[in-house]
Write a protein that binds this ligand. Structure first.
Ligand code: ZN
Length: 857
């Protein structure tokens, strides 16, 4: 599709702007959709759509611009290069050939189109509009008579007998769900029904195929539920909502699945082990899970299902109390790309897929809209500024799939992936960020996030413009100018972030180490006239409100301050918001000051990976230590509790970031096996989201605060001092002599060497010295990742030594060569004097193997 490519290139080289699109682009998408009143129910709180928020912000404006000018065009180019778009052309009969790539590749094209539509809303560019029109025309031509659209079964010719033969794995519904989301976005932005018609034809076909008395297969990968709810919102046709609920309700029930009606449950991995309303814990693949909870929230809001609300509320508590990384990432395990058990939050192997972060934001935003409670926004903000932004490079064309919290040798973002869910999700997520900043409920307004710019908010009976000026997230001062069209009494709810109220997360999973600073200045500000009204009429909130008031009363002299027109305000914090209800006039100003000291975050003691360690946070930003600022090493550093830490803005570094500096101890192991502080050195921490922009190097979000939490520099043993080589290296060769002992053979946090993907081969590791040494024993602690990977104990091994004439001879062993798990296997041999020792390892057939640690004596 060279033509499209040319169009696209022209678009971003010249940045063509179309005057003809200004009108559509500037229109309110809500005007194009049925009056929300016509829906029987919806969320309690209404978000202010992103296109009603003009961002002028030092932090976000450049990111939005990079997404528009780099990420979206780049992702379209990649979709062309990788035949994702030509699959549609083939399905439309416009060219010949086989389907290329993964069966669910259609979804990536839809996601980038969704992002492009959002981008058009703010920057109505003719070339992009034309490009989308062209894609939509191809998709319409690729759609089957009956409405089915999925290129994998359409190329090289239609294969109707194969449709829905494997709903669990082939993701037809997943792709269609993304199509629905993109089509609704395109319609809302352009007013054109071209794409929406394709979507509704497809959805109508689904309604004929799935439902009571028909096929009952729920999707193997959730998403369509969200798409169907969006279609319902835009068309008002309740059968789409019914199908969304029906598909959710089929999870955990066999029903009439599969072509023969005898299909099985998909299991925990796909949250299909028990009915959704009985689920209480987050399990399985994290993106599937997050999309499901998001879809459940939508269906609950639109139907009023209390059962759904109860289920997702219980699951939310499980996530936030036991399965949530300090960066806001979720999904501890790469094996299932998802959740592990409670408090199992390893750093080195943390999965934290970029898509899961976005989806966690979708879910928490909806939980907020349902409840008006800012605890969900605290989760959203933590994920947004840390785990989610880590997924994309500053230049907008490199992406992380997993986002670990520690790296031994460094990571690098990739230009693309075979499974490109993450880049295409970036393209559609970033433009939607302004849509999380504000909301309204009746006459009242919520300020959720601190992003500079102007929001135009339609409330009941009024229209209010809010202007926000701030240097968040680097500074905590926020000035909000309120401009109601007509002056009137209403409340402005200003979020007081959890981190400013000594509550890093709405659970006990993490806490700030220091008690200070206290969170509210109110003691001195007894301006009763300005006092926010405490009464919230909603039932069940009284207890929380009382707690909030008590907390404020107990905390004199604390530092968060809030003024209206320069006068200090005494307001309670209810559900995370300061409620400012008064007669608002044009030009009234709210000034919020959130102090941003550097905070030390401590983990719940049950998180084994973080024992003896500390995370650094300032405002909403979580920091990490990275090689380039720390002499190439970070795991050996200890930041004592009393070390002074300074924050400083560095405009020249990483597009302008705040850095933290201080003095750390260097942990070193002694020959006796103890750990001592061997001197100090300055350390520098950078925001986690900005890591991996300066080449590969070690990184950690959780540096040690005690010697026991560090990976000490090894003692100068014979093993450590040797020059070490191996037949093949996967993970880390240095790890086998780092004197960091694993908890067991499967312990991935201790780092190891393995030979994967070599299987059934003979491998070796060699140790050399410039001089000869007397040796009589070798101990090996084997690596074995049964359950996760393909490394097993080896079949056999032997020790060889270099003789005076330079040849390797087997050592004469006096004990057996052990291959036991979870312990050192020691072999003794007749003493040799040598300058090189080699361990030769024969792998089991069809399996790889690895080594945790070696000791030569
Ligand atoms: Zn992804």
């Amino acid at each position: 599709m060279a033509a499209c490519k040319r169009v696209l290139t022209a678009f971003f080289v010249f940045g063509v702007t179309a005057c003809g699109l200004t009108k559509a682009g500037a229109s309110n998408p809500q005007s194009a959709i049925p009056n929300p009143q016509s829906l029987a129910r919806d969320y309690h709180v209404t978000p202010v759509p992103f296109n009603q928020v003009q961002v002028r912000d030092g932090f976000w404006s450049p990111r939005l611009e990079v997404n528009r000018t780099v990420t979206i065009p780049y992702c379209f180019e990649k979709c062309e290069e990788t035949d994702r778009i030509s699959n549609f052309e083939k399905a439309a009969g416009l060219r010949q050939g086989k389907h290329v790539g993964i069966y669910f590749n259609d979804s990536d094209v839809y996601k980038v189109m969704e992002g492009a539509a959002y981008s058009l809303q703010v920057h109505p560019e003719a070339m992009m509009r034309l490009y989308l029109d062209k894609l939509i025309a191809i998709m319409a031509a690729a759609q089957w008579e009956d409405g089915y659209l999925y290129t994998f079964f359409s190329v090289p010719e239609k294969q109707p007998e194969k449709r829905w033969t494997n709903v669990k794995d082939l993701h037809e519904q997943y792709c269609m769900g993304h199509m629905f989301e993109a089509a609704v976005a395109h319609y809302q932005v352009t007013g054109s029904k071209a794409f929406l018609d394709v979507a509704t034809r497809c959805a109508d076909y689904l309604c004929r195929t799935f439902g009571p008395g028909k096929r009952t297969d729920p999707p193997g990968h959730q998403e369509i539920e969200i798409g169907l709810c969006r279609l319902y919102r835009v068309t008002g046709d309740s059968k789409y909502l019914d199908l969304a609920k029906f598909l959710l309700d089929q999870r955990g029930r066999t029903g009439n699945r599969g072509p023969k009606g005898d299909g099985k449950l998909y299991g925990e991995y796909a949250q299909d082990h028990i009915p959704v309303v009985e689920q209480t814990h987050a399990v399985g693949h994290s993106v599937r899970a997050m999309y499901m909870y998001t879809g459940m929230a939508d269906v609950a809001a639109l139907t009023g299902s209390m059962e759904y609300i109860k289920a997702i509320d219980t699951i939310w508590s499980d996530v936030v109390s036991t399965k949530f990384y300090v960066t806001g990432g979720i999904g501890a395990s790469g094996g299932n790309e998802g959740f592990s058990g409670p408090y199992e939050l390893p750093n080195l192997t943390a999965y934290c897929e970029t898509c899961a972060s976005f989806a966690n934001i979708f879910w928490n935003h909806r939980m907020f809209l349902m409840s008006g409670d800012a605890k969900y926004l605290d989760v959203l903000e933590r994920t947004l500024y840390n785990a989610a932004l880590s997924g994309i490079s500053m230049k907008g064309d490199r992406f992380f799939y997993p986002n670990p919290l520690e790296s031994a040798n460094g990571h690098e973002r990739s230009p693309w992936f075979g499974c490109a869910c993450c880049p295409s999700n970036v393209a559609r997520f970033i433009p939607s960020v302004p849509g999380y900043a504000y909301a309204s409920q009746g006459k009242d307004i919520y300020v959720n996030l601190f992003i500079g710019g102007t929001a135009s908010i339609q409330t009941a009976g009024n229209k209010v413009t809010l202007k926000q000026e701030t240097e968040y997230p680097w500074q905590g001062d926020v000035k909000i100018t309120v401009e109601p069209e007509k002056s009137g009494t209403f409340a402005v709810y200003v979020r007081i972030p959890g981190w400013a109220r000594n509550e890093p997360v709405p659970s006990d999973l993490y806490r700030f180490q220091d008690e200070a600073p206290e969170s509210w200045r109110g003691q001195d500000a007894r301006d009763t006239e300005e006092r926010g009204q405490d009464a919230r009429d909603t039932q069940g909130r009284d207890a929380l409100a009382t707690q909030g008031r008590d907390a404020l009363a107990r905390r004199p002299g604390n530092q968060v301050s809030l003024t209206v027109n320069g006068k200090p305000i005494l307001s309670s914090v209810e559900e995370g918001f300061a409620r400012l209800e008064r007669q608002w006039q044009k030009g009234d100003t709210i000034e919020l000051s959130l102090p941003m000291p550097v905070r030390r975050v401590l983990p719940h003691p049950a998180i084994r990976a973080n024992r003896g360690r500390v995370a650094l946070q300032r405002g909403p930003i979580v920091f990490c230590l990275e090689g380039p600022d720390n002499d190439g090493k970070v795991a050996n550093l200890v930041i004592p509790d009393d070390a002074r830490i300074e924050a400083r803005h560095r405009p020249d570094l990483l597009n302008g970031v705040m850095i933290l500096t201080g003095s750390a101890q260097i942990a070193k192991r002694t020959l006796e096996g103890g750990i001592v502080a061997a001197g100090t050195r300055p350390f520098t921490a950078i925001p986690y989201y900005a890591w991996a922009h300066r080449g590969r190097s070690p990184m950690t979000v959780w540096p040690a605060r005690e010697l026991s939490g560090a990976r000490p520099e090894p003692a100068d043993t014979l093993t450590y001092k040797s020059k070490t080589t191996a037949s093949f290296v996967h993970v880390s060769l240095a790890a086998i002599k780092d004197q960091n002992l694993p908890a067991n053979s499967g312990d991935a946090s201790a780092l190891h060497l393995d030979f994967w993907p070599h299987k059934g081969t003979t491998e070796w590791v060699q140790f050399e010295w410039p001089e000869r040494h007397g040796l009589s024993s070798v101990q090996v602690y084997w690596f074995d990742d049964t359950g996760r990977g393909e490394c097993r104990l080896p079949k056999s091994w032997q020790v060889l030594y270099r003789t005076a004439d330079g040849k390797f001879e087997p050592a004469k062993s006096t004990t057996a060569y052990g291959v036991e798990k979870d312990t050192f296997n020691r072999v003794r041999f007749e003493p040799v004097t040598t300058d090189a020792l080699k361990i030769e390892i024969t792998l089991q057939d069809r399996w790889s193997a690895g080594i945790q640690e070696v000791i030569l004596e």
